[in-house]
Design a protein around this ligand. Sequence first.
Ligand SMILES: NC(=O)c1ccc[n+]([C@@H]2O[C@H](COP(=O)([O-])OP(=O)(O)OC[C@H]3O[C@@H](n4cnc5c(N)ncnc54)[C@H](OP(=O)(O)O)[C@@H]3O)[C@@H](O)[C@H]2O)c1
Length: 232
Amino acid sequence: MTKVAIVTGASQGIGAEIVLAFRKLGYRVVATSRTIKPSEDPNILTVAGDIGDPGTAQRIVSEAVTQFGRIDTLVNNAGIFIGKPFTENNIEDYNAVMNVNMAGFFHITKLTLAEMEKHSSGHVVNITGSIDNGISGGHTALAALTKGGLNAVTRVLAIEYAKKGIRVNAVAPGVTDTPMHSKEHHEMLGSLHPLGRIGKASEVASAVVFLESAEFVTGEILHVDGGQSAGR
Ligand SMILES: NC(=O)c1ccc[n+]([C@@H]2O[C@H](COP(=O)([O-])OP(=O)(O)OC[C@H]3O[C@@H](n4cnc5c(N)ncnc54)[C@H](OP(=O)(O)O)[C@@H]3O)[C@@H](O)[C@H]2O)c1
């Protein structure tokens, strides 16, 4: 039977590359974001909505099951970055980041794991960030608060669901060339990475594809960060 992957934050950047990568593997894909448009590919079902809203998560999962019959893989990719000095973050900033990065993980992962449990197999990949330790001169506290939490819950859920045949992994990118960071900063941001450049969205997608095939890997945080986390 054809496998099915859900990819959140799929309209652009890393998410759009992950959708392409799963189609190359022959999967059917449920692609979601607020502004996503219908696809001409009959094997890509798009669902538009705010991923922090539990109703959106419910629609995505029920559409996946109704239209494609099963869910094999969930890629929690939707995320936003607000890079202000910590004391300048206001309540709207905090709520916005918590809504996408945290609630956007929580609602859909709960519903998807419940579906996966029914057939005792599945794989969840969280796109987190190589951010837990801070970057000198950077303003990454809200990113660390949320992505650090996702790295931790990746390990916890990997253990909790291992006996149920479900794997849970994360890919932690360094700065990646997507609309998230404006081009004028790319060279400076590249210099923060030992390999001397920022990453490509396709390089993050390749890591997700590797984890998808790595049947004995669970609870792993795979850094795709040009060496940024090495030695820490
Ligand atoms: N780029 C980097 O340097 C970098 C580094 C480390 C980690 N990451 C992580 O990688 C992931 C993808 O980042 P990216 O660089 O590809 O970002 P991006 O280009 O800004 O794309 C973000 C995606 O998330 C969707 N999204 C945003 N808010 C949403 C909401 N409320 N509800 C549903 N979807 C929403 C956007 O679509 P709509 O606007 O249509 O909703 C878009 O598809 C994120 O989790 C990010 O934190 C990125």
